[in-house]
Ligand binder design. Structure first.
Ligand code: NDP
Length: 324
């Protein structure tokens, strides 16, 4: 089978190679998937260059999130059937034609979903849910600020927030990206380099600042998020796309009773209560069509390095898909 191989850290062009490898054999507690589509996250891009939150173990095949059809069930696997299309959060291995994954990493998907939609949903929509609700405690009628609003997480966050009855201020780097945010229901849109952005965001939220902010850019933008937050505002730190250091002065949080909370989906997937609640509430929104996974550009497996580079260069919107 064809699979992308990363021997050591580097830029996508240096590090990612298309190789031919044996088809993996199924083992107890695992299933073999015929991979149909891999959804690429910013985290996949950071992992190749060794900049992710956890240390990347080389060599490996990237692809933390993917969808495919179950080909074979290993001993002891229950609740899934051969021929069923599922999504999978295995952490690695999606950029290949076949993958053997632990059954507990499988995520059921509505059978109406295309493979690309199935591969677009778990990371972005579960992260959006936990940011808005589990940790953000967002309420209907409340304003939320969504950064990088046309990206995979951004588009998911806008849709999830609207489905929860919230009002959305969306920020992104280009007018084209803002128009995507508006099409998804964002109430107010603003270029992220607008010179008066802090005041404009505070004004949009009734002049008092924003009660809930999903912070994904980091660096100097983190300080701006604090400036945009309302008294008793909640800033949920989900990403650091700028890869710049941010400074946090705790005294500043005291002055306006601001809460800063970190969010890492991997940890929340291991939190039985939070995970069970997300799996109760998110799939019905998808099945009813209230939220629709935003499939972005699609690349062939041989063009994986280009896909990764395009995400880094901020050229993509929605979830980037790689088809084996
Ligand atoms: P996206 O599809 O949103 O792509 C990243 C976007 O980040 C870009 O399109 C760009 O949007 C924005 N960005 C801002 N500054 C930079 C920069 N200096 N370089 C590159 N991009 C920049 O990716 P994802 O949806 O996968 O992830 C979005 C963010 O959320 C990332 O920071 C990611 O790490 C984080 N994340 C965290 C999770 C967690 O569990 N904590 C789970 C999922 C995502 P624009 O051009 O509009 O600024």
């Amino acid at each position: 089978m064809k699979a992308v191989h990363v021997a050591e850290q580097g830029s996508p062009a240096q590090a990612m190679r298309l190789t031919v490898q044996p088809v993996p054999q199924v083992t107890p507690g695992h299933v073999r998937l015929k991979v149909e589509a891999a959804g690429i996250n910013f985290a996949d891009v950071l992992a190749v260059s060794g900049e992710y939150l956890t240390r990347t173990k080389y060599p490996y095949t990237p692809g933390m999130e993917f969808a495919g059809v179950i080909e074979e069930l290993g001993q002891g696997v229950q609740g899934f059937q051969v021929g069923q299309r599922v999504a999978c959060l295995a952490g690695t291995g999606g950029l290949a034609q076949y993958a053997v994954v632990p059954a507990q990493t499988l995520v059921p998907v509505p059978q109406s979903f295309s493979a690309a939609q199935a591969a677009s949903f778990p990371v972005s929509y579960l992260t959006a849910y936990h940011g808005l609700k589990t940790l953000g405690q967002g309420k209907g009628g409340e304003w939320v600020l969504v950064q990088a609003a046309a990206g995979a997480l951004g588009t998911a966050s806008i849709q999830m927030a609207k489905a929860m009855g919230m009002k959305v201020i969306a920020m992104a780097s280009t007018e084209e990206k803002l128009s995507i945010a508006r099409d998804l229901g964002a109430d107010v849109t603003l270029l992220q380099d607008d010179e008066e952005r802090v005041q404009k965001v505070r004004d949009a939220a009734g002049g008092k600042g924003v009660p809930l902010i999903l912070e994904v850019v980091g660096g100097k933008r983190f300080q701006e998020s604090l400036d945009m937050a309302a008294n008793r505002g909640r800033v949920i730190v989900i990403g650091n796309a700028s890869r710049e250091q941010a400074n946090l002065r705790p005294v500043e949080l005291m002055k306006r009773n601001i809460t800063v909370t970190g969010l890492w989906l991997t940890s929340l997937l291991g939190d039985a209560e939070a995970n069970a609640q997300a799996m109760r509430e998110v799939p019905p929104l998808l099945a009813s069509g209230q939220v629709v996974p935003q499939v972005g550009p699609t690349y062939a497996l041989a063009d994986s390095a280009q896909a990764f580079q395009d995400i880094m260069d901020r050229k993509t919107t929605g979830k980037v898909i790689i088809e084996p």
